[in-house]
Write a protein that binds this ligand. Structure first.
Ligand SMILES: [Zn+2]
Length: 72
């Protein structure tokens, strides 16, 4: 059993291409395990509502990456 919480608080926007509306969001998951952190970079095309995690376009809800990008 694993808990899935507070992931978005670990997100960090590492690239911001304003002219193209693209963000790269790096996620570091530091969970309770011993694996250390897990880096994953997703590409977010905020204006198109697309994110490489697929959640944004599939569910039509801003994913945690989108929320991180929107804060800029
Ligand atoms: Zn996403």
């Amino acid at each position: 059993m694993q808990k899935n919480d507070e992931k978005s608080s670990k997100h960090k926007v590492v690239l911001f291409n304003r002219s193209e509306g693209i963000f790269a969001v790096e996620t570091g998951i530091w969970g309770g395990g011993r694996r250390g952190h897990n880096r994953q970079t997703v590409k977010l095309h905020y204006e198109l509502g697309e994110c490489s995690c697929q959640k944004y376009q599939n569910e039509r809800i801003p994913c945690s990456h989108a929320l991180a990008g929107r804060g800029l």
